[in-house]
Design a protein around this ligand. Structure first.
Ligand code: ADP
Length: 623
C-alpha cells in the first residue's frame, strides 16, 4: 500500500521554483544525479572491509544510464549504499541540507526565477534538479545489508507530496527514474548523454556505462559502453605521470595541437588539501585576443566538474593558463553552496598564483627562449596583473621584458637589469609609449636621456599605457614617462635664456590655440620642438588609442616645448625681435607645432596648409 506524505515547507518552495521556471542549463541534473550515485558508491566502498559480508559480491562499482524511448524515461542506477525507508523520508522529503536553504535565500534575493538556473549550478540542490527535466521521478532503493524484498519505492511529481511503498529490488543500490517532460526528450539520445557525461563526469572514478547496440556479424549485440575516460591524472603523483600523458591530457582540455610549455602539478597538504594540474600553453591560441576566454582552471570536487572556469581560483590576468583544481575539502554538497564566499577558494587561489608566477620566473631564468615565446604571446595579458594583483605586483614586474633605447632591435631588458645599469645620479626609471620600438628609438623625447647616458624603456602594448603608470614604481624607483611633465632629467633652462624668449613665447601661445602652453625645454638636444602632456592631459600614444576607439579627445591639449639651443628656434626669436609684426612668425610657429606632431607619431590636422608652408620656405631658399 502506498502512503502519501507531504514535502516539508521549504522543499515545496524549492520545487515550485524548479518546476515553474525555464532553465537554460538544466542539463546539470545529470551531473547532480551521477554525483549522488558516485557518493553512494563511495559510501559503501569506503570501509567495505568492515562489512564485506554484506556486499554479496556486488562490488563491480558502476553507474548505469538507461534511456527508454518507448516509455520516455531515463534511469540512473548505482550499486552504492542505497537507502532505507526512513532514510528516504529523511533525504528526499525534507530539507536536511543547509545548501537547499541557502539556495532558497539566494533565489529570493535574486528575485526573478530566470536567474535560478545559474544558482542551481552554484548551489547544487542535487536530487531535486531532476524536476527540471522530469514531471515525475521514481526512486527504487535498497540499502546495504537488506533483502530484495526490503526495498522502497518513492515517487513524486514534485508538486508538494510524494508516495512511499515497499518494493522489490534484486540488487543493492538506487535506481532513479525520470519520466521526462515533453521538451526534455533529447536526454534520451545516446550522443547527448555521452557528451554530457564527458563534460561533467569524464574523470569520475567509477565508470558511467550505457548499453549500446552494435551489429556484429549481421547480428545485433548489446554491449555495455563506458562513457567516461576516468583518467584523472591530477590525482596521481607527479613521478607516476609520463610527459606524454601530461601532453595528451593538456590537448584534451585545451584543444591545442602544441604541447604545453610548462606543467604545474602539485598537491597541497595541510590545513586545506587540494590538487592542481595546470599548464602554460606552448603557443598563443589563434583567437585568444578576440574570443571569450577559453583558458582558466576547472574546479573539480572529487573528480566531478563543478565549474568550467573558476575565477575564484585563477585571476583574470592569468587566463592563458589551462588546467584543473580538485579539492576533496569541498565535499560535493557543501561545495556548490555559497561557493563564492568559500575561504578555501581564496587559499587555493593564493597557492595557484604563487606557483604559476614562480614557474614563469624559473622559465625566464633557465629557458629564456621559451620564455620569450611565452611573453610575446601573453606578456600583455600578464601586465594586467600589475594593477589588479597588488600582492604580487613586484613579482609580475620582474617577469616583464622590454625593448629600450639601448637594446638592439628585438633584444630585451628587464626592470632589474635597467636599474643595475642606471648611472649614479639617476633616480627614476624612464619609459616612452608608442606603436613600435623602431619609431620610438628615433623619437626626440630620447635626446636628453641619451646625452646623459640614461636608458628609456620603450613600451608598445596598448595595456602599457595603464599598467605601467599603475605600477608607479619599481623597488622604490619611480616610473616616469619621457613625454610627460617637466624635463625628467631635472635640468633647468637658465633664467637669462628664459627672459630672451619670453615675448616670442607669449606671442606663439596666442597664435596656437591647439596647445596648452608654449615653453622652453632641456628635454631636446637636437630637435627644435616637441609636445608633452602636462597634468591630466593624455600623451600622444594614448590619444591615438582613444581616437581609434572612437573616444572624443577634443579638449586634450599638450604643451609645445621649444629647444632654445636649436638654430631654427633661435632664428624665430631673432625674427620676432626685429619685427614682431612679421606675418612669417606665426607660420613658423605653426611649423614648430606641426613637426612636433609628426615626431610624436600623430598626424597633422591640415596637411595641405602644412605643405604650403614648407613649400614657401623652399621657394624663399631658391631666391
Ligand atoms: P546532496 O547530495 O547535496 O546532499 P541531494 O538533494 O542531492 O543533496 O540528496 C540528498 C541526500 O539523498 C543525499 O545526501 C544522500 O544521502 C541521499 N541520496 C541521493 N541520491 C542517492 C543515491 N543515489 N544513493 C543513496 N543516497 C542518495
Amino acid at each position: 500500500m502506498a502512503e502519501t506524505l507531504e514535502f516539508k515547507a521549504e522543499l515545496k518552495q524549492l520545487l515550485h521554483l524548479i518546476t515553474h521556471s525555464l532553465y537554460s542549463d538544466r542539463e546539470i541534473f545529470l551531473r547532480e544525479l551521477i554525483s549522488n550515485a558516485s557518493d553512494a558508491i563511495n559510501k559503501v566502498r569506503f570501509d567495505s572491509l568492515s562489512h564485506a559480508d554484506k556486499l554479496e559480491g556486488n562490488t563491480d562499482w558502476k553507474i548505469k544510464l538507461t534511456p527508454d524511448a518507448a516509455n520516455n524515461t531515463l534511469t540512473i542506477s548505482d550499486n552504492g549504499v542505497g537507502m532505507s525507508r526512513s532514510e528516504v523520508i529523511e533525504n528526499l522529503g525534507t530539507v536536511a541540507q543547509s545548501g537547499t536553504k541557502a539556495f532558497l535565500e539566494a533565489a529570493k534575493r535574486a528575485g526573478k526565477s530566470s536567474e535560478a538556473p545559474g544558482l542551481i549550478g552554484q548551489f547544487g540542490v542535487g536530487f531535486y534538479s531532476a524536476f527540471m527535466v522530469a514531471d515525475k521521478v521514481t526512486v527504487v532503493t535498497r540499502p546495504l545489508g537488506s533483502t530484495p524484498a526490503e526495498a522502497t519505492r518513492w515517487e513524486s511529481d514534485g508538486q508538494g507530496a510524494y508516495t512511499l511503498e515497499a518494493a522489490e529490488k534484486p540488487g543493492r543500490g538506487t535506481d532513479v527514474t525520470l519520466h521526462l517532460k515533453d521538451d526534455a526528450k533529447d536526454f534520451l539520445e545516446t550522443y547527448h548523454l555521452q557528451s554530457l557525461v564527458r563534460k561533467f563526469s569524464d574523470f569520475l572514478e567509477f565508470p558511467v556505462v550505457m548499453d549500446t547496440e552494435k551489429e556484429v556479424d549481421g547480428k545485433k549485440e548489446v554491449t555495455e559502453e563506458t562513457l567516461n575516460t576516468r583518467k584523472a591524472i591530477w590525482l596521481r603523483s607527479k613521478s607516476e605521470v609520463k610527459p606524454e600523458e601530461y601532453a595528451e591530457f593538456y590537448k584534451s582540455i585545451a584543444h591545442d595541437s602544441v604541447p604545453p610549455a610548462e606543467v604545474i602539478h602539485y598537491a597541497a597538504e595541510g590545513k586545506t588539501e587540494f590538487r592542481v594540474l595546470a599548464f602554460i600553453p606552448g603557443q598563443k591560441p589563434f583567437a585568444f585576443d578576440w574570443q571569450e576566454p577559453v583558458g582558466g582552471l576547472r574546479l573539480y570536487v572529487q573528480r566531478v566538474l563543478i565549474m568550467e572556469r573558476c575565477e575564484q581560483v585563477l585571476p583574470f590576468y592569468l587566463r592563458f593558463v589551462q588546467g584543473v583544481v580538485d579539492s576533496a575539502d569541498l565535499p560535493l554538497n557543501v561545495s556548490r553552496e555559497l561557493l563564492q564566499q568559500n575561504p578555501l577558494l581564496d587559499a587555493i587561489q593564493k597557492s595557484v598564483v604563487k606557483n604559476i608566477l614562480d614557474t614563469l620566473a624559473g622559465m625566464k631564468n633557465i629557458e629564456f627562449d621559451k620564455y620569450l615565446t611565452f611573453f610575446k604571446g601573453f606578456g600583455s595579458v600578464l601586465k594586467e596583473g600589475l594593477s589588479r594583483d597588488w600582492t604580487n605586483r613586484e613579482k609580475i614586474a620582474d617577469l616583464l621584458l622590454f625593448e629600450s633605447a639601448n637594446t638592439e632591435a628585438g633584444k630585451f631588458t628587464t626592470f632589474a637589469e635597467y636599474v643595475s645599469k642606471m648611472p649614479a645620479d639617476q633616480t627614476d626609471i624612464y619609459y616612452l609609449t608608442g606603436e613600435s620600438p623602431e619609431q620610438l628609438r628615433k623619437s626626440p623625447y630620447l635626446e636628453a636621456f641619451r646625452a646623459k647616458g640614461r636608458d628609456v624603456l620603450l613600451l608598445t602594448d596598448p595595456v602599457d599605457e595603464f599598467a605601467i603608470p599603475g605600477l608607479n614604481a619599481y623597488k622604490g624607483k619611480p616610473l616616469k614617462a619621457a613625454d610627460r611633465g617637466d624635463t625628467p632629467t631635472g635640468d633647468e633652462v637658465p633664467a637669462d635664456v628664459k627672459e630672451q624668449f619670453a615675448a616670442v613665447l607669449g606671442f606663439l601661445k596666442e597664435k596656437l590655440p591647439e596647445v596648452a602652453d608654449v615653453r622652453l625645454t632641456t628635454r631636446l638636444t637636437e630637435s627644435a620642438a616637441c609636445l608633452v602632456a602636462d597634468g591630466a592631459a593624455v600623451n600622444a600614444h594614448l590619444e591615438r588609442m582613444m581616437e581609434r576607439m572612437g573616444r572624443d579627445t577634443g579638449a586634450n591639449k599638450r604643451v609645445l616645448e621649444l629647444n632654445p639651443s636649436n638654430a631654427a628656434v633661435k632664428a624665430l626669436r631673432e625674427l620676432f625681435a626685429k619685427d614682431a609684426a612679421d606675418p612669417r612668425i606665426e607660420g613658423y610657429g605653426r611649423l614648430m607645432f606641426e613637426q612636433s606632431l609628426i615626431a610624436e607619431g600623430s598626424s597633422v590636422p591640415d596637411p595641405v596648409a602644412f605643405a604650403r608652408r614648407v613649400n614657401e620656405l623652399i621657394m624663399r631658399d631658391a631666391k
